[in-house]
Design a protein around this ligand. Structure first.
Ligand code: AHR
Length: 510
């Protein structure tokens, strides 16, 4: 970025990013062409009963001193509304396969207290149950993704939960829902038939799970037009056997197969890497690890192209994000971690990958929304901070339900040991407001990038939008300094478009 542009944007960067040698990146597209829709649900969130993700993070109860609306904290609700959260997945994750929905309905003070055996062995009061979840998503203006219990539940339990939520007749279950305060059926956008069946969901083999999926899904019934999209529990990493077996063996309704992949900087579950104060080579390793998402999606899509050429089964990346070593003073079972500029870049790299495969990847959920893993929001009792990842979602909200525009990008490699990832990745789309948007992510922490555009189909001269960047790789907000990291305005002529090192830029081209 030229110094005068940086100052004009209200951002004075004196770092090496201004001095280091820039990459040259070429991007070419015809704005009159269109690719697949970038579904709004790509920007979905995940909220599990884990650590302080639900209790304190979302739910404080009506009697709390923390300002709330019927028990849901107002600051969190307002912040999430600002980034247009389209979809929330609940109640897990691993928790889902131990969750018995009947324990979370009826008078709150009569609900059983359980132990959350997956996450920290803490007491689970069941205060936040089915009605609270739907009230929460309705307050947010988001859709609901409910994950059923296949691992330790039964066909009957799952089928009855569906009827309780969606029944519109006078059945005993629908009447019970009405007695508990909800006259109209709940609207469910997606329903997960178990979670991580290969692991915490039951340590199954894909062949066995695919039979169980056929069995359970047969009995999931909802009134006409109210049946949610059904999600089969799929694989992780480079194991495509789940996608293969499910897409071959399931003849019943199966709208998508889930896929989970977490970014561990060091690629090792026993030593993942730190969330803050990490060395420079851990930035590089994080980018290489997160870019694996591209390869893993391609591998799964190749299987789906073969087994489902009509594209009736989608790939839902319903868990993804960074996962670091727990902070020493925190409960390791709570998966609480800080969030820095590096996480914002990771998020944006993944958004650009999801956009690339938007005809099959139509829904994703970052793990997780508040206080857990790569969170949007961190809370400490009454205090709240917004993370760099939150701001990445804020910048990219213009891509929700946009129409992608095919483009060619030539970017040099950013070398990571003996591997290399593209130094710059991008997205181009026509927003549902009719405007032309471009996103640029510079993964390189040291070199800026000159962006040479070759655009047909529209006359555009200026790029106007917002940018995330900072001096420090681990720039972040803290409870002591909650506004240390924020987006800044970005404006440039298209014939001298430059972006700094380690930055995320989303602009309208006009
Ligand atoms: O997001 C945390 C956990 O990661 C989820 O509960 C589980 O599905 C995955 O292994």
């Amino acid at each position: 970025m030229k110094l005068k542009t940086a100052i004009a944007c209200g951002l004075l960067l004196t770092s090496q990013s201004l001095l280091a040698k820039d990459h040259t990146v070429e991007i070419e597209f015809d704005a009159s062409e269109s690719g697949p829709l970038i579904h709004k649900d790509i920007y979905g969130q995940f909220a599990e009963h884990l650590g302080r993700g639900i209790y304190e993070g979302v739910w404080v109860g009506e009697d709390s001193d923390i300002p709330n609306t019927r028990g849901f904290r107002n600051d969190v609700l307002n912040a999430l509304r600002d980034i247009n959260v389209p979809l929330v997945r609940w109640p897990g994750g691993c928790f889902a396969d131990e969750y018995h929905w009947r324990e979370g309905i009826g008078p709150r003070d009569e609900r059983p207290v359980k132990v959350n055996t997956h996450w920290g062995g803490v007491e689970e009061p069941n205060t936040f149950g089915t009605h609270e979840f739907f009230e929460f998503v309705e307050l947010l203006g988001a859709d609901a993704y409910v994950n059923g219990n296949l691992g330790s539940g039964s066909v009957q339990e799952m089928a009855e939960w569906m009827e309780y939520m969606t029944g519109d007749k006078g059945s005993t279950l629908a009447e019970e829902r009405r007695k508990n305060g909800r006259e109209e059926p709940f609207e469910i956008a997606y329903f997960g038939v178990g979670n991580e069946a290969w692991g915490c969901g039951g340590h199954m083999r894909p062949e066995y799970y695919s039979d169980l999926y056929r069995h359970y899904s047969t009995f999931l019934k909802a009134p006409h037009g109210k049946m949610p999209k059904l999600v089969a529990s799929g694989g992780t990493g480079d194991d495509t056997s789940w996608t293969d077996v499910l897409s071959k063996n399931v003849e019943q309704k199966m709208d998508g197969i889930s896929f989970h992949y977490y970014t561990l900087p060091l690629g090792d579950w026993d030593k993942k890497g730190r969330a803050v104060d990490f060395p420079k080579d851990e930035w590089a390793k994080t980018m290489a690890q997160t870019y694996e998402m591209d390869r893993f999606i391609q591998m799964n899509l190749a299987v789906l192209e073969e087994n489902d050429p009509d594209n009736t089964v989608k790939l839902y990346v319903d868990e993804w994000g960074t996962w670091y070593d727990p902070e020493p003073e925190r409960d390791p079972g709570f998966l609480y971690q800080q969030n820095t500029l590096r996480d914002a870049v990771v998020a944006a790299v993944n958004f650009n990958i999801f956009h690339k495969y938007a005809d099959r990847v139509t829904m994703t959920n970052i793990a997780q929304m508040v206080n857990v893993l790569q969170a949007m929001i961190l809370t400490d009792k009454e205090k709240m901070v917004l993370t760099p990842t939150y701001y990445a979602y804020g910048l990219y909200k213009v891509f929700q339900n946009s129409t992608s525009i095919p483009f060619e990008i030539k970017a040099p490699g950013y070398k990571v040991g003996d591997k290399s990832v593209p130094a710059v990745t991008a997205s181009v789309a026509r927003g549902d407001d009719g405007k032309l948007y471009m996103a640029l992510v510079n993964l390189d922490p040291e070199n800026g990038a000159d962006i040479k555009l070759d655009i047909d189909g529209v006359t555009a001269k200026r790029a106007v939008g917002q940018m995330l960047t900072a001096e420090a790789m681990d720039a972040r907000n803290t409870f002591e300094d909650p506004d240390a990291f924020k987006p800044v305005a970005f404006e440039a002529d298209l014939d001298e478009l430059e972006i700094p090192a380690k930055s995320v830029v989303v602009v309208e081209l006009k």
